[in-house]
Design a protein around this ligand. Structure first.
Ligand code: FES
Length: 101
């Protein structure tokens, strides 16, 4: 199990949940009530699942595909550790996932 801290755009804690390793991060975030629409159903054609990872979690994930990079270019509040949650799997003991704002 991985303990995931979901943070508000200002960096304060919104909630913490436990999720199994390998679960899709967008599914977990939506189940935890996070404001990620995920309108393209994980087909990498929207950016409504954009999240900002901690530097450690960002480094632990496989690199983004070219399609994901292109979409992130269009997202708001993009940071160096931005990713699309629908392309990420839960891994590690803890994760810290901030909503853009
Ligand atoms: S749900 Fe559309 S890109 Fe992730």
């Amino acid at each position: 199990m991985t303990r995931i801290a979901f943070l508000k755009p200002d960096g304060s804690l919104d909630c913490e949940v436990d999720a199994p390793e390998g679960a899709n991060l967008l599914d977990v975030a939506q189940a935890a009530g996070q404001p990620l629409e995920g309108t393209c159903d994980k087909s990498i054609s929207c950016s409504t699942c954009h999240v900002i990872l901690s530097p450690e979690d960002f480094a632990a994930q496989p690199p983004a595909s070219e399609e994901e990079e292109d979409l992130l270019d269009l997202a708001y509040d993009v940071r160096r550790t931005s990713r699309l949650a629908c392309q990420l799997t839960v891994k590690g003991t803890t994760m810290s996932v901030r909503m853009p704002g």
